[in-house]
Ligand binder design. Structure first.
Ligand code: NAI
Ligand code: MG
Length: 359
């Protein structure tokens, strides 16, 4: 097939890790007879430096016209970078929120997998590391607290800040449907996470999810309160198959889940909208502390490109071939610094990309 991919390399380690993913995609294209065309746009700090804003309308237009988007990461050191002296709506991360909204990416999918080869580095190896785990979080991405109206005022000499949390049944239904569809191809269990004992938005969430569940009789639905879920992810992550949750809860739980695997540099993510279009990016940030030093782990981005092939292009065989290549390079003992341990071979970002592409 021939397809167009927009690359948003971003800031920090972004360019380094995206280049390695492109290396792997190109190898796949030549092996399987596909043609991937790339165009590049700026987002984040690099766009602020060039255009004064974190994402131009032109860049959004280019991304919209593509079949899929591969993103590195945006942002710099939040204590020292001048980007963080700008008002919040002009900072690098505002580009992320804008592109998600503009591209209608309402479902964020983050797998949390414990790779066999990395079991020793799982912080939970004493309790659950032995069993391993493999679950995926479906997070609603364009509604809720992060997109509600907000204000800061002064009332009788005291400052007051308000954020609003809004969900409509349509917003809940479409992401729920995606989660149930995914569960059908997995262990057929959806755990919906909310705070229905307190929040109205969560009570609506629970009702709508139960209605969607009726269309998927073979999938088992359970509900869990978010504070309990935060504990269960550590106490027994193996119990989960698909976790479905709203925007802020999903933000926090998916970062927690990534640490439970002991390997932030390994975890991919996909953000999907209507149809097959999607944006794919590693779960981690721009790691300014190691940028430009050939130290970054490109595996999360390479695994994200595998998700791109699977979800946006329907190329499952090619996606599996990338995932197998990653596992086999790990099996041979090659590690970047973030996943390095005694007795293994320490390599840089470029060599990791080369080795995976060669496999
Ligand atoms: P981070 O994920 O960039 O880094 C956390 C720690 O993990 C650092 O020590 C870093 O060196 C390490 N790390 C992350 N990815 C790695 C990789 N691929 N290989 C090796 N080590 C890796 O999170 P942090 O430090 O909180 O944020 C840094 C910047 O990234 C901030 O400006 C933040 O706003 C931004 N950020 C951007 C995201 C995005 O573009 N989607 C997501 C999260 C943060
Ligand atoms: Mg986050």
């Amino acid at each position: 097939m021939e397809a167009n991919i927009t690359l948003i390399k971003g800031d920090g380690i972004g360019p380094e890790i995206v280049n390695e993913a492109v290396k792997v995609l190109d190898r796949i294209a030549s092996l399987y007879g596909h043609k991937f065309n790339y165009n590049e746009v700026l987002m984040g700090g690099c766009s602020i430096d060039e255009y004064g804003i974190p994402l131009t309308d032109e860049a959004v237009k280019t991304a919209k016209a593509a079949d899929a988007v591969l993103l590195g990461a945006v942002g710099g050191n939040t204590d020292t970078s001048p980007w963080y002296k700008l008002p919040p709506e002009k900072r690098p991360e505002a580009g992320l929120l804008k592109i998600r909204k503009e591209l209608g990416l309402y479902a964020n999918i983050r797998p949390a997998i414990l790779f066999d080869e990395l079991r020793h580095s799982c912080p939970l190896k004493e309790s659950t590391g032995e069993k391993g785990f493999d679950f995926v979080i479906f997070r609603e991405l364009t509604g809720g607290l992060y997109f509600g109206e907000r204000s800061t005022t002064v009332v009788e000499g005291k400052r007051k800040a308000v954020d609003t949390l809004v969900y409509t049944e349509d917003e809940i239904e479409r992401v729920a449907r995606r989660a149930f569809e995914a569960a059908q191809g997995r262990r057929k269990e959806v755990c919906s996470v909310d705070k229905a004992n307190v929040l109205d938005s969560s009570r609506l969430w629970r009702q709508v999810v139960a209605e969607v569940a009726k269309d998927f009789p073979e999938v088992k639905l359970t509900n869990m309160l978010v504070d309990n879920c935060a504990m269960q992810l550590i106490a027994n992550p193996a119990q989960f198959d698909v976790i479905l949750t709203e925007n802020m809860f999903g933000d926090i739980l998916s970062d927690e889940a990534s640490m439970v695997t002991g390997s932030l540099g390994m975890l991919p993510s996909a953000s999907l909208g209507e149809g097959r279009f999607g944006l794919y990016e590693p779960s981690h940030g721009s790691a300014p502390d190691i940028a430009g030093k050939d130290k970054a782990n490109p595996i999360a981005t390479i695994m994200s490109s595998a998700m791109l092939l699977r979800y946006s292009f329907g190329l499952s065989k090619e996606a599996e071939s990338i995932e197998d290549a990653v596992k086999s390079v790990l099996k041979e003992g090659y590690r970047t610094g973030d996943i390095f341990s005694e007795g293994k071979t320490l390599i840089g970002c470029k060599e990791m990309g080369d080795r995976i592409a060669d496999k």
